[in-house]
Design a protein. Structure first.
Length: 310
């Protein structure tokens, strides 16, 4: 039988990032932003869809500067960064378009490369702008009637100082859209107080549910761990050390149970394979057959769509 692992009872600080050969982790940003690298080309004519210009970044990286290219009558503004790389690279990130080019490549060649990729660039900038607008609309309102994701559903926050903080549902592990999370707070509670109360409740639910799911995996597989605890890391969903210490990000409580199970299986697989090679993925498949859908869903997830607690 599996031995119940020790888990922390308090909210731990953000853990130290494990980077050595005896640890493995599942990054929160598992999929890099869309990027492409091409040799410096001559500038052909391009007809591309319209897209809004990028907004200036608050602070550019050292040595970077803003540059602008006109392609088919449209202005494409981007951050130009010089580097030691051998090709011209394009990256659509949080600040819009960034072009990285070798130091020896002239501006005319860079402009030509941007014009050649203008259709792709403008399409991605358009998607980027839509995503920013969608995230702005999805920001959690820390007030009576605001909603937030919990186990893949949208639950609604309601304030009532006469109640205890609790979710009004028969099964805390199977919520429905629109279920009410009653907060034991007065109607004039500040947004910060509401946010902190919700965070404490979510972390408590994460501690209970993750422990149950982890124990289930251990009982079924015969694996053992040293201990596990919640993580508040900003850049990874989970990690596992060769000593059998596991961290699970409490923000996983926003996702369906299948996603949580995938992250647990991912970290348990590192007990046998401290890498992400073919042997590792075979271990994940044994622990959780059909894990690919959950993995791909998490990879496509935008962390910016989760409620902010800072």
């Amino acid at each position: 039988m599996a031995t119940r692992p020790a888990s922390d009872t308090g909210t731990p600080p953000a853990p130290r990032r494990e980077t050595g050969p005896h640890s493995a982790q599942l990054d929160l940003f598992a999929e890099p932003p869309q990027a492409v690298a091409v040799p410096a080309p001559p500038p052909p004519a391009v007809r591309a869809p319209a897209a809004p210009p990028t907004a200036p970044a608050l602070q550019l990286p050292p040595g970077a500067r803003w540059h602008e290219v006109v392609a088919e009558g449209q202005r494409i503004r981007f951050v130009l960064q010089r580097s030691r790389r051998r090709t011209i690279g394009f990256l659509i990130g949080d600040d819009g378009l960034r072009v990285t080019a070798p130091r020896w490549v002239g501006l005319a060649e860079i402009d030509g490369a941007v014009r050649e990729k203008a259709r792709w660039i403008l399409s991605k900038l358009h998607e980027w702008q839509l995503r920013r607008e969608r995230l702005a609309l999805n920001q959690t309102r820390w007030e009576d009637g605001g909603d937030l994701p919990y186990l893949g559903r949208r639950i609604v926050m309601r304030l009532d100082a006469q109640r205890d903080t609790a979710l009004a549902t028969a099964d805390l592990d199977a919520p429905a859209d629109g279920d009410v999370l009653w907060l034991g707070l007065p109607s004039d509670a500040t947004a910060a107080r509401i946010r902190d109360t919700v965070q404490a409740w979510l972390q408590g639910r994460a501690r209970v549910l993750f422990d149950v799911r982890l124990l289930d995996f251990l009982a079924r597989t015969g694996l053992t761990i040293n201990r596990w605890r919640l993580s508040s890391a900003a850049t990874r969903w989970g990690s596992c050390t060769s000593e059998g210490n596991i961290l699970l990000n409490w923000r996983l409580i926003h996702f369906p149970v299948g996603i949580i199970d995938y992250v647990i299986a991912h970290e348990l697989a590192h007990l046998r394979e401290m890498n992400h090679g073919p042997g590792f993925w075979a271990e994940v498949g044994q622990l959780m057959p059909g894990f690919e859908d959950a993995r791909d869903t998490l990879r496509r997830h935008d962390p910016g769509s989760l409620p902010r607690f800072d």
